[in-house]
Ligand binder design. Structure first.
Ligand code: HEM
Ligand code: HEM
Length: 337
C-alpha cells in the first residue's frame, strides 16, 4: 500500500505499523523529499508465533523491530531539517542558528565598532587639530561641522539604515520599514546641516571661496541628490499605501542598487574630502606625516573598511532577511517589498 504522508504522519506510521508493506514518502519541504519503503510485521502477532516455533523463525520475527528502528533513525534528521526551517522563519536560538548568521553577527559587530571609532576619530581630529567647532560668526570653525556631521549622518547612519533589515531580522517588516525610513531621514537632516556649514564657510569669508569647484564637491553633491531622489521614491513606493504590487516588485532591485550606489559614492566623497582637507590644513607638511596626517589617513581607511563591510553585509545572499510568518499573514503580498 502506498501513502503520501507528512513528517508527523510518517513518525506516527513507524509507531503503529502492522503486518503490511508500507511505502512512506516523507516531504521535508522545501529542502528534501525522502522516500522510505519498509515491510513490517505486527509485533504482537510475531511474539505469539515465536513462542511455538524454532530459532530460525524467532530470528525472522525479530527483523521487523530492526526495520522499525531504521525508519525512526531516518525520520529524525528530517525532523531536524524542518526545525531549522522553522528557526529561519524567526525563532532562531543559539543551538540551531544558521551558521552563516554567526558570520553575519561577528561582521555586524565589527562594522559597528569600525563606524563608532570613525566618528570618535573625526571628533578628535576636528577638536584637536582643526581648532574645534564654531558658529557662522567664525566660518573657519563652522566648516568643522561638515566632516563631523557628514561622517555621522551620510556615512554611519546611512550604512546602518541599509543594514536594518538584516540586523534586526526577527522584527516585523512594517516596523523595519519605518525604522529604515526614519534613520534615513535623520541621516538626510544631518547631511543638509553639513552642507549648510560648508557653503557658509565658503560664502561668509572675505573674500568668499568659490563653490562647487572640486571633484569632491561634485561627487558629494551627486551622492546627496541620489539619496534625496531615492528617499522620495522609496517613500512613495514602499510606505505610502496604494502602489501596485507588481510596481513594487519591479522597483525593488533599482531601489537596492541605487541605495548602495549612493552609499559607495558617499564613501568615495568622504575619502576625497578628508584628503583635500588634510592637504589644505597641512600643506607641504603632509609629507612629513605629523599626528594630524596619520589621524586623517586612519579615518580615511576606516571609511573604506566601514563601506566595504556594509556593502558586503547588504549584498551577501545568505544574510538576507527571510520573511516572518506574521509579515505574510498581516501584510498583503509583503514578501517582495
Ligand atoms: C560623504 C560626505 C560628504 C559630502 C556629501 C560632501 C559634500 C561637499 C560639498 C557638496 C562641498 C562643496 C561646498 C561648496 O562648494 O561650497 C564640500 C566641500 C568640502 N568638503 Fe565635503 N563632503 C563630504 C564629506 C567631507 C569630509 C569627510 C571632509 C573632510 C574634512 C570634507 C571636506 C570638504 C572640504 C575641505 C570642502 C571645501 C573644498 C571643496 O569645495 O571641495 N567633506 N563637501
Ligand atoms: C535614501 C533613502 C533610502 C536608501 C538609500 C535605501 C536603501 C536600501 C537598500 C540598500 C536596501 C537593501 C537592503 C537589503 O537588501 O538588506 C533597501 C531595502 C528596502 N528599502 Fe530602502 N532605502 C531608502 C529609503 C527607503 C524608504 C523611504 C522606504 C520606505 C519604507 C524603503 C523601503 C525599503 C524596503 C521595503 C526594502 C526591502 C527590504 C528587504 O529586502 O526585505 N527604503 N533600501
Amino acid at each position: 500500500m502506498s501513502k503520501d504522508l507528512d513528517i508527523e504522519q510518517a513518525t506516527q506510521a513507524t509507531k503503529t505499523s502492522t503486518s503490511m508493506s508500507t511505502s512512506i514518502e516523507v516531504k521535508a519541504e522545501p529542502v528534501a523529499v525522502v522516500e522510505l519503503t519498509t515491510t513490517t510485521t505486527n509485533t504482537a502477532a510475531a511474539t505469539t508465533n515465536g513462542e511455538n516455533n524454532g530459532k530460525a523463525e524467532q530470528q525472522q520475527q525479530q527483523q521487523p523491530k530492526t526495520t522499525l528502528t531504521t525508519i525512526t533513525e531516518q525520520v529524525q534528521p528530517i525532523t531536524i531539517v524542518n526545525a531549522d526551517a522553522a528557526a529561519n522563519i524567526g525563532n532562531e536560538n543559539k543551538s540551531n542558528m544558521d551558521p552563516s548568521l554567526i558570520n553575519f553577527k561577528v561582521l555586524y559587530v565589527v562594522t559597528q565598532l569600525c563606524g563608532l571609532t570613525m566618528i570618535v576619530l573625526v571628533g578628535t581630529w576636528v577638536g584637536q587639530h582643526l581648532g574645534g567647532l564654531g558658529g557662522s560668526a567664525n566660518p573657519k570653525l563652522e566648516f568643522n561641522w561638515h566632516p563631523l556631521f557628514m561622517t555621522i549622518g551620510f556615512i554611519f547612519l546611512y550604512g546602518n539604515s541599509i543594514l536594518v533589515y538584516r540586523g534586526f531580522r526577527t522584527t516585523r517588516k512594517k516596523t523595519l520599514k519605518l525604522t529604515h525610513a526614519g534613520i534615513h531621514l535623520a541621516a538626510f537632516i544631518l547631511t543638509v546641516i553639513a552642507l549648510k556649514t560648508v557653503f557658509d564657510s565658503h560664502n561668509l569669508v572675505d573674500p568668499p571661496i568659490p563653490n562647487l569647484y572640486s571633484l569632491h564637491s561634485w561627487l558629494g553633491l551627486s551622492a546627496v541628490i541620489i539619496f534625496g531622489l531615492q528617499y522620495v521614491a522609496g517613500f512613495m513606493a514602499f510606505l505610502v499605501p496604494g502602489m501596485r504590487e507588481n510596481y513594487k516588485i519591479a522597483l525593488m532591485p533599482l531601489h537596492i542598487y541605487f541605495g548602495l550606489f549612493g552609499f559607495v559614492l558617499a564613501i568615495a566623497s568622504a575619502v576625497m574630502g578628508i584628503t583635500e582637507k588634510a592637504i589644505f590644513a597641512l600643506g607641504a607638511n603632509y609629507s612629513t606625516l605629523p599626528a594630524s596626517a596619520v589621524l586623517a589617513n586612519i579615518i580615511g581607511v576606516l571609511y573604506v573598511i566601514f563601506g566595504g563591510l556594509v556593502v558586503y553585509l547588504a549584498t551577501e545572499p545568505s544574510y538576507k532577511r527571510k520573511p516572518l510568518a506574521e509579515d505574510t499573514a498581516l501584510l498583503s503580498g509583503a514578501t517582495n517589498e
